[in-house]
Design a protein around this ligand. Structure first.
Ligand code: ZN
Length: 225
């Protein structure tokens, strides 16, 4: 005799999975997830070095480390581009603002793709280590503080520098990884970042170079005594 299993099953067939929206990664935010690394090869782990200068290629031990670094670069870029866009809007430079908005979306998509590819639910450990390089170089520049008189030319220069850095990073990753999937992803990213480099170079050609005294406020606040 057949049992009534199927009828019973249908009542519980509806599984409601409450999936919380993953919060956006914030630099400096304490990551709550433990990094799961499937295989940590001792030989490679020995190559790990604590990098001091941000401009030097970062020595990382595993694909997961590489991808965490890649994620950090992309997330940082997305954030900075959004800031640049805001800044350009203040300058009434709609065109360049739109360029930065577009780049912000692309870099955010890259960051999301990395999370997806690695199966990470949120920003990986160590992701806050990477900082964008501003006008004064990696040592002193606080990229979150843009000069209030910064012109499109400066923003594009900073963007160009960081796009080249991203392109070179992915090129390096593609060459050094033994992981086929990571290599394929890295090559794709390298090509996209190279495209950004070209795009920004094109924009720079059309952008007037600021005067030497661009930092001088033409309309300084008046101090009355
Ligand atoms: Zn880019």
């Amino acid at each position: 005799m057949s049992t009534n299993k199927s009828a019973k099953k249908s009542t519980s067939g509806k599984t409601s999975v409450s999936r919380k929206a993953t919060p956006r990664a914030k630099p400096g935010a304490k990551p709550a997830v433990k990094k799961t690394r499937a295989v940590a090869k001792p030989a490679r782990a020995a190559q790990r070095a604590a990098p001091k200068a941000a401009s030097k290629p970062v020595a990382v031990a595993s694909s997961a480390d590489f991808m965490a670094h890649a994620y950090a670069m992309e997330a940082e870029a997305a954030e900075r581009y959004a800031e640049f866009a805001d800044s350009m809007e203040v300058h009434n430079n709609r065109e360049v603002a739109e360029l930065f908005r577009k780049l912000a979306r692309i870099e955010q998509r890259h960051a999301d793709q990395i999370l997806e590819q690695m199966g990470w639910k949120q920003s990986p450990v160590g992701a806050a280590k990477v900082r964008w390089e501003g006008m004064e170089g990696p040592e002193t520049a606080d990229p979150t503080e843009l000069h209030y008189l910064m012109q499109p030319y400066h923003a594009l220069q900073i963007a160009l520098h960081n796009e080249k850095r991203a392109r070179d990073f992915f090129a390096h990753l593609a060459k050094s990884t033994k992981d086929k999937e990571v290599r394929a992803g890295a090559l794709e990213m390298e090509e996209e970042e190279a495209e950004h480099v070209r795009l920004i170079e094109e924009w720079l050609k059309r952008t007037p170079k600021p005067d030497a005294n661009w930092q001088a406020d033409q309309d300084p606040p008046v101090l009355s005594d």
